[in-house]
Design a protein around this ligand. Structure first.
Ligand code: PLP
Length: 374
């Protein structure tokens, strides 16, 4: 038996490349011709443009979203012996960024509607060692930041937003990445804003934290000229070529975000009434950006197989919660149970979502899902 070809993929960058490939190549050529490859004018311009786009005072480009998390937490003072509360329903980097600093991630459960960090669960996880909280705006759904910020302020904890999937998402009118003390963005190629390789950024409104991240990303070197290394740092700089590529794409980010929201609205309209949990479309000033459009059903694997047979690609994010990963086996029973996240890992299925997805294809996805539940 031959497998059905996937005609509607979960995501593709092909159409985006067709639209802007020439501009991206020109931007890369501009850097090659300039002969400046590290921390030059493209970085400077991108930092200013991205900070403005996400409503942050400062932005520092780095070499990945993982580095962004690590540097943000390190700048916030997280180190050996500290604990950092993270949602267990996330990409593993949210947790490993804590571990590589010699601190311990403490896993909390997520809200059953948004799948983002649940402040009631966080409260149960706080100890005298807790140093920071990392809300993740997972799939582009803004975490409920007000109770998390209140909790953090009352206990003097740092808040690092994980914005890897939430470029331009808003929470009560505020942009993700402008609410916590620091925020970490990923520009992994498939993200809402993606580079031509690995890239990321840290945003903050605090000048001291800005300086700390700036030094940490550049071998501990002070911003003043010369070889003055004021702390032990890393080499996590953003390449000029990646900054130049990101500047081209940033010009389209708002339009791409609106396109994602339109597709989400089509799905919402078409899938209502089925025995599926649908992601919130947002209301008022809270607007998700649908990095992924993720539905939940106990029949997840059967639905995925049905869609696959209809030529429709899907994805499972995340099949195993972080506290159940082998990397964290040593934490043992201390990690769980975290029932909302554990159920989400069994039930979550992401449907095709990318800005160029034709409305007719979204309608085909809806029809195929409806046929499954008939
Ligand atoms: C929620 C989350 N955090 C962190 C990261 C890490 O970003 P990167 O892959 O750019 O290192 C990702 C990206 O995969 C992510 O989705």
């Amino acid at each position: 038996m031959t497998a059905t070809a996937v005609t509607i993929p979960l995501l593709t960058l092909k159409d985006q490349h067709a639209e802007i490939g020439a501009e991206v190549k020109a931007a890369v050529a501009r850097v090659l011709d300039s002969g400046v490859f590290i921390l030059g004018p493209e970085n400077k311009a991108f930092d200013a443009e991205f900070a403005a786009a996400v409503g942050a005072k400062f932005c520092l480009g780095v070499d990945s979203g993982t580095s962004a998390l690590e540097l943000a937490l390190e700048a916030a003072g997280v180190g050996p012996g500290d604990e950092v509360v993270v949602p267990t329903f996330t990409f593993i980097a949210t947790a490993t960024a804590v571990s590589v600093l010699g601190a311990t991630p403490v896993f909390a459960d997520v809200d059953p509607v948004t799948l983002t960090l649940d402040s009631a669960s966080v409260l149960k996880k706080l100890t005298s060692r807790t140093k920071a909280i990392v809300p993740v705006h997972i799939f582009g759904q803004p975490a409920d930041m007000d109770p998390l910020m209140d909790l953090a302020r009352s206990r003097k904890l740092a808040v690092v937003e994980d914005c890897a999937q939430s470029h331009l998402a808003t929470y009560k009118g505020r942009l993700a990445g402008s609410i916590g003390d620091l925020a970490a963005f990923s520009f992994y190629p498939s993200k809402n804003l993606g580079a031509a390789g690995d890239a990321g950024a840290v945003t903050t409104g605090d000048e001291k934290l800005r300086d700390a991240v700036n030094e940490l990303r550049n071998c501990g070197r002070s911003a003043a000229a010369g070889y003055n290394h004021v702390r032990v740092g890393h080499n996590c700089r953003l390449d000029e070529i990646q900054a130049a590529v990101l500047r081209v794409k940033l010009l389209r980010l708002e339009a791409w975000t609106n396109a994602r929201r339109k597709i989400a609205a089509l799905y919402d309209d078409g899938l209502k009434g089925l025995p599926l949990k649908l992601p919130p479309l947002g209301s008022g000033g809270t607007k998700p950006v649908f990095h992924l459009y993720t539905v939940r059903t106990e029949r997840r694997d059967a639905l995925a197989a049905h869609l696959r047979a209809a030529g429709i690609g899907t994805g499972v994010y995340y099949p195993v919660s972080a506290h159940q990963q082998p990397a964290y086996a040593a934490l043992g029973a201390k990690g769980g149970p975290l029932p909302v996240a554990e159920a989400a890992s069994r039930e979550a299925l992401s449907l095709p979502m990318y800005p160029e997805l034709p409305a007719a294809d979204a309608a085909r996805v809806v029809a195929a899902v409806r046929a499954f539940f008939k």
